[in-house]
Design a protein around this ligand. Structure first.
Ligand code: NA7
Length: 538
């Protein structure tokens, strides 16, 4: 049992928590304690170690913008970094910035309660520690609570079952007979990469996805030179774009050009690779105009038809919904289904009857004997991170109950009744490439704390009206997008099937950052600072 007082508690040592520790400890000089479940830093990149795991955003925008240094294993010439390279980078950044002593690893935060009388947060851990701080930062990740399906007979399986986000260190699929559930970004990366080493792979696909090539390649010398020489200037420009994925975003809609031009643009993007590039770097309106979206969808469907040899497999791989999930980009995905050792089961047409001790039986009686079942079945996004960490604000208000079926927080950051508590990537945060979105949020939180501290306010709390207005605006924008037409984690509908909810602000990072700037420039009009002096209360 231990009791420790500090200024700030940070939950999570991923991209968000590490950067928050850096800003608040190194820049603001606050006494910061971090709590992290894993045995080291990395967050998403700590937990996800499945075969083929890599970023699908270009390397120079998948790192911290204020840090031109990279870690020894970072491949400066590679367009995308592997998961292990990003993990190394984050752990290396932490050491270089002297942050490793801040975090308590292999420690799970179980509860955090706001103590009204002292205006302090008290967080408890599974190791019996209690930390008391003026501020609490939830940096527990946007995709950190894995979802496992409930399949009859699963408990009887005698082989190995693995969720991709809990991949045991050192486990290889080489030579194994493998069943894969899930064909999102994770499943598709795993399928294309593990297929070359497994003995057999059977993919149980529930919903066909649109997959474009990632386009992994070496940068040319002149490209490398350009990115290194102009790192800071390029970041200044990328931050103002919608997605901040490092490519130029077009102003032209897909209907503003003739069919031949449209096809050429799609073909060039296919050749270049990149899912965000295909969806947001070709035309301005694929996510908002159904006709334009159909044009992109038809282009990808044609590619499936050309690449995949077996006509039944083509039919099963061809999506029937709009192109409106988080875009998937994997090299050689469709080509993988031409391999002799890979087969596809359309589990909507042919559902699974049960898992047995040695494999999987379908309703039509077919049986697949397998050694390993891999679940690439996704996450309970956004509020899922708070499912096992109970946060209690003013008047005993429970955070998850307060968020309910329509979780909302102002800018993804602040929730009424939870003073001095800030979320990074909370509900209705910006939909963008994550590291720049995270930097924007954490920089803002640091500025808010600096303002609160400079006035010696005991508490700072967002006005409910500001959250309501933000929720209406974000929800209307999200509902107006083609993304609202499909069921995916972006709307939480992979888990909350009957209650899809807007979880992101779709207005783009540039305009989101402007909103943050307005708050700071106008001395935080959406927040209420308590007038009591903190010093008199302690
Ligand atoms: P996703 O994108 O949520 O994909 C999960 C996949 O798992 C998807 O194909 C699901 O099919 C499938 N799934 C989920 N439950 C089941 C069951 N019960 N049976 C069969 N198939 C199932 O998760 P990812 O990990 O791939 O990606 C998440 C994000 O991480 C990604 O977007 C990147 O930002 C990084 P469904 O479509 O629901 O029919």
């Amino acid at each position: 049992m231990s009791y420790l007082k500090c200024d700030v508690i940070i939950i999570g040592a991923g991209v968000s928590g590490i950067y928050a520790a850096h800003k608040l400890s190194n820049d603001l000089g606050l006494d910061v304690v971090g709590i992290e479940k894993g045995s080291d830093a990395g967050g998403t990149w700590y937990w996800n170690r499945y075969p083929g795991v890599q970023a699908d955003t270009d390397s120079h925008v998948y790192r911290y913008s204020g840090d031109p240094t990279v870690s020894p294993s970072w491949d400066r010439a590679a367009r995308y970094q592997k998961g292990s390279q990003i993990r190394d980078y984050l752990q290396d950044f932490m050491k270089r910035q002297d942050l490793d002593k801040i975090f308590h690893f292999e420690t799970t935060a179980t509860t955090a309660d706001f103590k009204e009388e002292q205006a302090r947060w008290e967080a408890r851990t599974d190791r019996g520690q209690t930390f008391s701080a003026r501020y609490l930062i939830g940096a527990a990740g946007v995709l950190s609570k894995p979802v496992l399906p409930n399949i009859p007979g699963l408990a009887s399986f005698t082989g190995q079952t693995i969720h991709t986000a809990r991949w045991p260190e050192g486990v290889s699929l080489a030579g194994a007979r493998v069943a894969v559930f899930g064909t999102g970004s994770t499943g598709c990366q795993l399928i294309a990469n593990a297929a070359t080493e497994v003995e057999e792979m059977v993919v149980f696909q529930r919903t066909a996805q649109y997959v474009v090539p990632a386009g992994q390649r070496r940068w040319t010398d002149s490209e490398s030179h350009h990115y290194e020489e102009s790192f800071a200037e390029l970041w200044d420009a990328w931050r103002l774009t919608r997605l901040a994925c490092g490519f130029e975003e077009p102003q032209t809609g897909a209907q503003d050009v003739d069919e031949k031009t449209r096809e050429e643009v799609f073909e060039n993007a296919w050749e270049e690779g990149g899912g965000f590039n295909f969806m947001f770097g070709t035309f301005s309106d694929l996510a908002f105009n159904r006709v334009s979206n159909n044009a992109a969808a038809d282009f990808i469907k044609q590619k499936i038809n050309v690449i995949v040899r077996d006509s039944d497999t083509v039919k099963d791989l061809t999506p029937t919904e709009p192109y409106a999930r988080r875009p998937v980009a994997v090299d050689n995905y469709y080509e993988t289904f031409n391999r002799e050792n890979v087969s596809l089961v359309n589990s909507r047409r042919n559902p699974i009857r049960s898992v047995t001790p040695h494999g999987i039986t379908l309703d039509d009686g077919r049986f697949f004997e397998v050694d390993v079942i891999v679940f690439a079945t996704g996450f309970e996004a956004v509020d899922g991170a708070y499912r096992d960490f109970h946060v209690q604000g003013r008047e005993g208000t429970n955070l998850l109950e307060h968020w309910g079926d329509a979780p909302s927080s102002y800018l993804g950051i602040a929730t009424p009744k939870f003073p001095n508590f800030f979320t990074v990537l909370g509900p209705l945060g910006v939909f963008s490439n994550l590291p720049p979105g995270i930097e924007a949020q954490v920089d803002f939180i640091a500025e808010v704390i600096a303002v609160a501290d400079s006035t010696e306010a005991a508490t700072i709390e967002v006005h409910p009206d500001a959250v309501n207005r933000w929720a209406v605006e974000s929800t209307e924008m999200a509902q107006g997008s083609v993304f609202a037409e499909v069921k995916s984690w972006i709307f939480g509908s992979n888990v909350h099937t009957d209650s899809p909810r807007a979880l992101f602000y779709f207005g783009g990072l540039g305009s989101y950052r402007q909103r943050l700037r307005n708050e700071i420039d106008n001395r935080l009009p959406s927040f209420q600072l308590s007038t009591r002096s903190r010093l008199t209360q302690q």
